[in-house]
Every structure is written in C-alpha cells, then in structure tokens.
Design a protein around this ligand. Structure first.
Ligand code: GTP
Ligand code: MG
Length: 352
C-alpha cells in the first residue's frame, strides 16, 4: 500500500528504499497517521546546552573595557597608572606584546580592562563572534592627534556598537592641545559632551595621574546605564583572550569569563582544546579556585593551546568533551582538505 502511494507521488521505491521526512509524513497522512520528527542531538548539542537565564538569576557584573588607540599614545601607561603597577617597564621596548587583562576596583565597584596590541586581536575576536567589550576607551595623545590607528579604533568600536569614551592623554606635555583633539573628534562623528554632543571626553595624564579618577567614574557611569548582568550560578562560558604553551605548565590560556562561574576541576572545551581546569591564576598572580563573570584568569589544564577568540564552555560531561573536541578537529581537517583540493584543482586548470 505504501509503495503504491509513493508511486502515485512519482517515486519508484522498494521496501528497502529510504525516503525523507516530508514524503513519509505525506504518505502517512494518506493513512490518517500524523508523523512526528525526532531530531537526533549531536554530542555537541548535548554537551553545550544553553538554557536561557531567568531574570532573577542575573546579577550585576563588572564592565569589560578595552583600551584602544594609536601606537605610543599611552594605552599601556594609562592602564599602568590605573593599576599603579609598572607593566610598561617590564615589556620589551615598551611595546605591548600580548593582551593583558586586569581588574581594578573603585569604591567597591570592579572594572575589567583589556589592553590590546594594535587591533588585530580585537578584530580577530569579533570575527569569531566574541563580544568581549562593553566599553571602548580610545586613547589619543594630546600632543599628537587623531592618527590612522585612532580612526581604525573608532571604527571598530562603532561597528561593534560599543559606547566610546575618549581619553585625551599626555596633557602634562607642554604642547598638549585638548581643544585641537576635540575638533578632530568632531570630524569623526564624535561630538564632545562639552560641545553639546554625546561623546564623553576625559583629559588625562598617565604620567601625573591627572584625570584618571574622572575617567574611572565615567566608565562606571556608562556601565551603570548599560545594566550589565550575568548569571554566576551556571557553568561558565567565556572567551580565550590569549594562549600559549608554557614550558613548565603546558597550555596556558587567559580566559575572560562572560557568564557563569569557572571553577577548578571543571571540565572545559574551547575550540578543539579540551580538558579540566587544573589551576587558575588571577591578574595579580594569585591562585584562585573560582572566576566570576567579567573576571580574567589564566587557566591551566587544556589538552592543547586554544586559539584566541575561541569560546570556552565549562561542561558537565567528561568523556563527551573529548569526543566533541575531536569531532571539531575532524571537521576542521575536512575543511582544510576541501580548500586544498579546490586550490590544487584550480592550479591544475590554470596550468593547462
Ligand atoms: P603600544 O602598546 O606600543 O601601542 O603603545 P601604548 O599606546 O601602550 O603607549 P605606552 O603606554 O607604551 O606609552 C608610549 C610612550 O609615551 C612611553 O614613553 C610613555 O612613557 C609615554 N607616555 C604615556 N603616557 C604619557 C603621559 O600621560 N604623559 C607623558 N609625558 N608621557 C606619556
Ligand atoms: Mg601598549
């Protein structure tokens, strides 16, 4: 009977033929039977089940602030002054070698800062769908002006739809000209509040510390409006900010926890890397057993070095994470192979 119905639909089939769901439900309908489709969950679906958070589970979290701007305009110095530490001196040639992520506290309110070496890292992370910035601080040297990388930073922040605060730095310099910088800002659609616009502009000096309290206050003000929240009572989800292979400790990754709480012992997966959190180190070098939303931590325990921008998930099942990581790896390999084959075929045709 079924084969007859199929034939009427124009399908020649045998008892062993496979038919798709739409055809099956059409035929079943002819017999007054309603079919239900059961979709098989992949290991990945089971491993990373993201239940939406309930409103009452959400708690206030610190803002994540990315510092961007032209080379040598004082991003790292500014962050140093904020932290009252001396990262710049330790860096080779004073150039930022990697992303640093730190947390500071002001009147009991935490702020997470990310220092960037140029904008590649920021772009790479955004390209991977990571939204790791709540507020962008664009640093402009008051004795210099808006430079190509400043414009790039402004454009990045705008396309990421992140509020911008401009820090006009180096105001201690004799040739500093804040008015000139504000004029230049207007040329990039950033009208300073002082001039009736909406862009917060704070003159600062990373050298003397002038204006830094004001800058922090402005950050907290913008964050307050954003009402940033996360659920600390769930398995952690975060972003790999940087990662490298450490001789003694193996793969080490700086993770920015976005939501949930990451704990030592948690099973984790990030891209094709998986493992278990063996140890965590906070931004001031202390061992910690948990990391809360918006907190950056170094994580030790990955099977391999994850890629910056990869999303980290803490997961319940141990064996499955290995399976999913391996499936992802196979998929990656297949894609690379596909690209390679395509390239070589094209090359072949070009040669003919
Ligand atoms: P990259 O990471 O290389 O892009 O540079 P950066 O933007 O982090 O600049 P950095 O903090 O390394 O500062 C560059 C130079 O400017 C250093 O020599 C700092 O000492 C100097 N500098 C930074 N801020 C100030 C400031 O407020 N006043 C003065 N006088 N010098 C500053
Ligand atoms: Mg720097």
């Amino acid at each position: 009977e079924i084969l007859k119905k199929l034939l009427l639909l124009g399908m020649m089939s045998t008892i062993n033929s496979q038919i798709d769901f739409d055809t099956a439900s059409l035929v079943a309908g002819e017999f007054g039977i309603e079919l239900e489709q059961k979709i098989e969950k992949t290991a990945e679906d089971i491993l990373i089940e993201e239940a939406p958070d309930l409103e009452e589970q959400l708690q206030k979290r610190p803002p994540i602030v990315t510092i961007m701007g032209h080379v040598d305009h004082g991003k790292t110095s500014l962050l140093d002054k904020i932290r009252q530490s001396k990262v710049t001196e330790g860096e080779a040639g004073g150039i930022t070698q990697h992303i640093g992520a730190y947390q500071v506290e002001l009147n009991g309110e935490k702020i997470t800062f990310i220092d960037t070496p140029g904008h590649e890292a920021f772009t790479a992370m955004r390209a991977r769908g990571a939204q790791v910035t709540d507020i962008a601080i664009i640093v402009v040297a008051a004795d210099d002006g808006i430079m190509p990388q400043t414009v790039e930073a402004i454009n990045h922040a705008k396309s990421a739809d992140v509020p911008i605060i401009v820090a006009v730095n180096k105001i201690d310099r004799p040739n500093a000209n804040v008015q000139k910088i504000m004029q230049e800002l207007t040329e990039h659609d950033l009208l300073p509040e002082e001039w009736g616009g909406e862009t917060i502009v704070v003159p600062v000096s990373a050298k003397t510390g002038e204006g830094i309290d004001k800058l922090l206050e402005m950050i907290l003000l913008v964050a307050e409006v954003q009402e940033l929240k996360a659920n600390p009572d769930r398995l952690a989800k975060g972003t790999i900010i940087e990662a490298q292979l450490d001789k003694g400790r193996g793969p080490v990754a700086t993770v920015l926890v976005e939501t949930g709480t990451l704990r030592t012992g948690d099973t984790i997966i990030a891209g094709t890397a998986y493992g278990r959190v063996r140890a965590m180190v906070n931004d001031i070098g202390q061992n910690v057993s948990e990391a809360l939303p918006s907190q950056p931590v170094e994580v030790i325990g990955f099977s391999e070095v994850p890629v910056a921008g990869d999303i980290l998930h803490a997961t319940p099942a141990d064996k499955l994470s290995k399976q999913v990581a391996e499936e992802r790896k196979d998929k990656q390999k297949a894609e690379i192979l596909k690209k390679m084959t395509k390239v070589s075929l094209d090359d072949l045709f070009n040669q003919i």
